[in-house]
Design a binder for this molecule. Structure first.
Ligand SMILES: Cc1cc2nc3c(=O)[nH]c(=O)nc-3n(C[C@H](O)[C@H](O)[C@H](O)COP(=O)(O)OP(=O)(O)OC[C@H]3O[C@@H](n4cnc5c(N)ncnc54)[C@H](O)[C@@H]3O)c2cc1C
Length: 493
């Protein structure tokens, strides 16, 4: 059977200069963001190394308890995936170590311990939250190669040094440059070929025990013992591969035809709901793209020669598919472009100069309504549509896309300063949204303040020339009656 090819060089960065350790006993795949066993360049690279070195593969999938905003909600979602990985690896005879850190600091040293006897360590390249720093630090602490592999999107993050400030400019760039990457997709099932088996090293398993069956089953009592935020309870939807596949199938079958027209309608489920699965890596953008392309009988040669920067007609697919791909590729990946190149991606100072100038000009404007973080968190504002959106976020772990924009704009209007509004939005989004702590969390939040946007007239109090949105206009434009009922204060758990 053919061996798995290595991941394309455009996707792999070695974070230290250590050579492969010939005496290594296995190859370690440290799965930290592309949490899946399919369509995964990181796993593919690890399998390739293991096969060519004739060594076993070990997959370590950890979740720590110290990361900011750690909660039952996100642990539950990630562990749903771990349980599936555990079963699949057992079936295929592959060493898999699911590790759920039981107390702060307990996981320290785990990857180093594995690295001591490894020939190489392969991990995922995720451009934000605490992950880039953690991975950089590890690279300096071990004496085997640490390869960091970008499995995030269709266009490799490091294939350009350019940082794009508008979706139009990024789209135009992609139209000119994406073609070679459309024939460089990850292997759908890297684990299908021959892979040597081994037991998890005893010393490691004793010190860092694999997740218990109780944890893998998400028993409430097991999760309740973890030192994570217990007030943020599991989301209204499941995590893991199966749930992700069901979401993709449901979207293509019943939502995609309505996507272009109804995506903004809060009472119609016309969007994919894929962002939580994309965020935790339970599904790959490559797989979603491939399945859509097959559905549309599309081939790369259908791409037009000229790059116009325009959304329509880019792919020569149906209008609904084109509208969806513009979100999945242009908007999703422009965020990965920004966070992978700008360390200040989560700072107010990263906003474009025109936006900061306009906000600062209006910094002293009277704010008719001011709410603090607590009032916002418990949805105690005078604006029922905003409160409903906030309740949806807290209860379900998601918020309707259009209302998410309005939600952000109102926090800018109701905060003492735009800097404080940025902090509030980052906190609420990342604490409650399953898709939070992602490059698109920062794209979305900073879009509220002008990133990827332009100046809009008329100049208004507080907003200046930042695009303005109001709940009244939204309620006039879109049906919200049922949404308000569904997320009324009295309808909650
Ligand atoms: C204030 C604010 C905060 C946001 N926070 C997040 C966040 O934490 N995580 C997150 O993934 N997105 C965030 N977004 C972007 C967007 O709202 C969500 O990606 C989208 O609602 C997810 O729903 P969906 O999967 O059904 O999207 P679909 O419409 O089905 O789109 C498919 C995919 O494209 C990407 N996408 C869609 N819209 C956008 C967008 N506007 N910007 C970037 N990527 C997009 C997502 O990966 C999404 O899953 C935020 C937007 C705003 C205004």
């Amino acid at each position: 059977m053919a061996l798995v090819p290595e991941a394309p060089s455009s996707r792999v960065r070695q974070l230290n200069s250590c050579p492969l350790k010939k005496s290594g006993r296995y190859v370690l795949y440290w799965m930290i963001s592309a949490r899946r066993l399919q369509w995964n360049f990181g796993l593919q690279q690890a399998v390739h190394r293991a096969q060519t070195l004739n060594l076993p593969l070990v997959i370590l999938e950890p979740i720590g308890c110290r990361a900011k905003w750690s909660s039952v909600r996100f642990h539950h979602f990630v562990i749903e995936g771990m349980a599936e990985h555990h079963a699949l690896c057992q079936e295929r005879g592959i060493a898999y170590h699911p590790y759920v850190e039981p107390e702060p600091g307990h996981g320290v040293g785990l990857v180093e311990a594995y690295a001591q006897k490894a020939a190489a360590v392969i991990t995922d390249d995720f451009p934000c939250y605490f992950l880039p720093r953690m991975v950089q630090t590890l690279g300096q602490r071990i004496d085997v190669p640490l390869e960091c592999v970008d499995s995030n999107g269709i266009f490799p993050m490091r294939a350009t040094d350019q940082v794009f400030t508008t979706a139009h400019a990024f789209r135009r760039f992609l139209q000119k440059n994406i073609k070679p990457y459309l024939s460089e997709f990850p292997v759908a099932d890297s684990l299908a070929g021959p892979i040597l088996s081994m037991e998890i090293p005893g010393q490691i398993a004793r010190k860092w025990s694999p997740a218990t069956p109780g944890l893998l089953n998400r028993d409430a009592s097991a999760l309740a013992q973890l030192p994570i935020d217990q007030t943020v309870q599991p989301a209204a939807f499941r995590g893991g591969l199966k749930a992700a596949q069901e979401a993709v199938a449901r979207f293509f079958k019943s939502r995609l035809p309505r996507y272009a027209d109804d995506r903004n309608n809060p009472e119609q489920e016309a969007a994919s709901g894929l962002s939580p699965y994309l965020h935790f890596g339970h599904v790959s953008a490559h797989e979603v793209f491939s399945r859509l392309a097959a559905k549309e009988s599309w081939k790369p040669e259908h791409l037009p020669e000229k790059a116009s920067g325009s959304r329509e007609g880019w792919w020569q697919m149906s209008p609904a598919a084109e509208a969806f791909l513009d979100e999945l590729i242009t908007w999703r990946e422009v965020g990965y472009n920004f966070t992978s190149h700008r360390e200040d991606y989560d700072q107010y100072e990263s906003l474009p100069a025109w936006a900061r100038q306009s906000l600062e000009k209006h910094a002293g404007d009277h704010r008719p309504s001011l709410y603090d973080l607590h009032q916002l968190e418990i949805a105690q504002t005078h604006d029922e549509l905003w409160n409903a959106a906030q309740r949806q976020l807290v209860r379900e772990g998601r918020m309707h896309n259009y209302l998410r924009m309005l939600w952000g704009k109102k926090v800018l209007e109701w905060s003492l300063t735009p800097q404080q509004a940025v902090e509030t939005l980052i906190h609420l989004n990342n604490k409650y949204a399953v898709d939070g702590r992602n490059p698109n969390s920062y794209s979305g939040i900073f879009w509220v303040f002008g990133r990827y946007d332009r100046a809009w007239g008329p100049e208004r109090p507080i907003f200046g020339t930042i695009r303005y949105m109001s709940s009244d206009n939204t309620a006039r434009k879109l049906p919200v009656k049922d949404y308000l009922k569904r997320y009324a204060a009295s309808s909650g758990k």
